[in-house]
Write a protein that binds this ligand. Sequence first.
Ligand code: C2E
Ligand code: MG
Ligand code: MG
Length: 790
Amino acid sequence: MDTAVAANKSENAAGQTHESHDRAALTTEIVQMLYVGSTSALVMALVVSALLVYSLSDIIHVRQIIAWSGIVLLTYTARKLLTMAYHRRSNHDEDAQIWLLRFRIATGFCGIAWGLAGLLLFPHNTEQQAFLIFVLAGVLGGGITVYSIDNMTAVSYAAGTLLLAIPRFLINNNVFSVTLGIMLVLYVVYVMLAGRRAAQSIRENILLRVATARSEQELAVFAQRQKLHIESTPMGVIEWDVGSRVVLWNSAAESIFGYSSHQAMGRHISFIVHPTSLNQLDEAIEGILAGQTNQNFIQENLRQDGEIIHCEWLNTPLKNPDGSVVGWASLVQDKTAFKKAQEEVYQLAYFDVLTNLPNRRLLLDRLGQALIASKRAESYGAVIFLDLDNFKTLNDTKGHSIGDLLLREVAARLHKAVRENDTVARIGGDEFVLVLSILGHSQEIAEATCRQIAEKVMQEINRPYHLNAHEHHSSASVGVCLFLGQELSVDEVLKRADTAMYQAKQAGRNNVQFFNASLQPALDLRARLQNDLRLSLVNEELVLFYQVQVDHQFNISGAEVLIRWIHPEMGLVSPAEFIPLAEDSGQIIPIGTWVLREACMRLKSWEESGQNKSLRLSVNVSARQFGQSDFVNQVSLALSNSGCQSRLLRLELTESLVLQNIDDVVTKMRALKELGVSLAMDDFGTGYSSLSVLRHLPLDELKIDQGFVRELLVDSEDMVIVQTIIAMGKNLGMEVIAEGVETAEQAALLRKFGCMAYQGYLFGKPMPIAEFEANTRTAGRKSRSGIAVS
Ligand code: C2E
Ligand code: MG
Ligand code: MG
């Protein structure tokens, strides 16, 4: 419905209820007035009727006189009783209309009683007729005047006399009595008209009084309600005089600011305003006194206890009807909790929870600004992309809480290493990004400054860490991309810095690389492989090759299991290429588990078929895989699920794995040995494991790295190393195997040095299982007929 129409309707309805209320109040008052004078009316009636009876007693029959006197007494007494009943009524709410009706009827009977005087006491003597008319006129005139406040009462009172007495005068065949009758009629009409006019003004007076009383009551109710409203509203309601001193202070204002109304009254607004907001306040007051309406702002305020709060203010001037401002009013809401929540949301949305550094989202924003600033100042800027080396291994081997400690410490060191207005962000597990702005107009100088900063950052990262009492060393691979203006997008700059970081990783970690576009294709390939690798297991693109290992008599003693990836488009991909990717992405875990399971099942199938049943299989285990807390369990499961003999399974570990957390590694190695599995140290000689560490490891075999074997015949240093490893193995009671043996000369020299086992192309390349099994069959026949592999 149209709101204007609706408002109109409800206004009309309110007007109508007021009118009916006022009418009802008027009737009540009229009824009260009518019932007041009944005693005097009774006395007057009795006195007048007695005088009338007395003066007519000679000429009227005594029976008529008694009858009439009885009627008068009866009617007036009846009305007196009604009056008493009215005053004694218990139910005051009873409709005044009923009492009015009762009064009209009773008064009508009184009128009839006087009318009957005209009939019963009618004298034939004209003098006495005149006397009777005189009495009736007096009685009627007095009555009508008194009852004229209610028309109907006056009419019902006059009706009896007019209807009963007047006709008696008119039918008398005497001009005088007819004249008397007519004059009485005229007199009654005149008195009624005059009475009506007086009554009208009385009624109007009453109505006016009633209406005034009603609106006064309504005003009082309204004021009370308004006070209640102000007191119970959760908003602070404050009124100020023109000098901005408190004149009203509700209970919400008391709880917001901590001052009671008593304490606040008369004080200037500055007592609740934080000094930093005073200027804003002055402006606001100036505006409001100039008549500005609906001022709305958030301000820092002070509570009585000194706490700073944030309040939203809505101010309006208070104006006189002539438009002059006499003060102003404020609605105040405490928004401190809301603001805090908002800040928390902002913090969560734009900052990294662990390190409190800006996150990727904020970085993108800041980098966007840095590009704009670079364009404006025509000055170089740079993004430094930093990735911690071997962080995942630390996380896997020492737990996430230690990893978190390292990240926090790195964040703090990076923060210290750069200028105040440079951004340091954390955008992923162990990836940090620095945005350096305004490095100058010259590319050479910008590059030099950048390199300096990057190296300083790396030095910081290289300092030892104390993580829960463990000393830890870390390094970072750092990629840099310079930018000038907005030639490159934010995404492109970041991508280039990321690419440069990969270049740094590939260049052996712990170094700085500037973006070099020529290396991009290789990096794209790497990204593609990493992506495709995720599906390689489910798509059954991974296969295992087997490479023979032989003993000192060159008899086959076992094989190393080597994984291959047959990429659907690129063909065979070497593990040297994809295993590091799998380690980075964590894919090495499911892949490693799969290799273990396959190797164990292969052992079991050889045991069952009888062919190769005494061959041992060596399986490569990556550091990340070994670092899994349930690694021993995984091995145990692979063994029990296949049902193979554990002594035929050998695990090849690397030195880097041993360097992580020696106690944990030794515990795990012992547990593996308890399962019956044997352990080899792969690529031995390339790492840094010291003799003292080596002594504590429950190893069964050292695998001389193929690098030493390759140069064995030409490099005397390698020759010495190989000899030393063989001697060391013997002293520690470990077997020693040489890998990468390609020539008979190498094999012969190794044998001379005392090496007891060999692996290399000389004895067989890694090959698919079918080929391997075919080969071992032939080799078995040859060895049975006395010809060893050589
Ligand atoms: P590795 O464990 O040191 O394996 C020996 C590598 O030397 C193999 O390379 C093998 O094909 C190669 N090789 C053997 N004999 C000769 C030789 O006479 N001359 C030359 N030039 N090379 C020889 P491959 O198969 O490419 O494997 C490379 C590395 O990939 C392995 O080094 C191993 O660290 C890793 N890898 C292979 N399979 C797995 C696996 O299943 N799990 C894990 N975690 N790593 C694996
Ligand atoms: Mg190996
Ligand atoms: Mg090796």
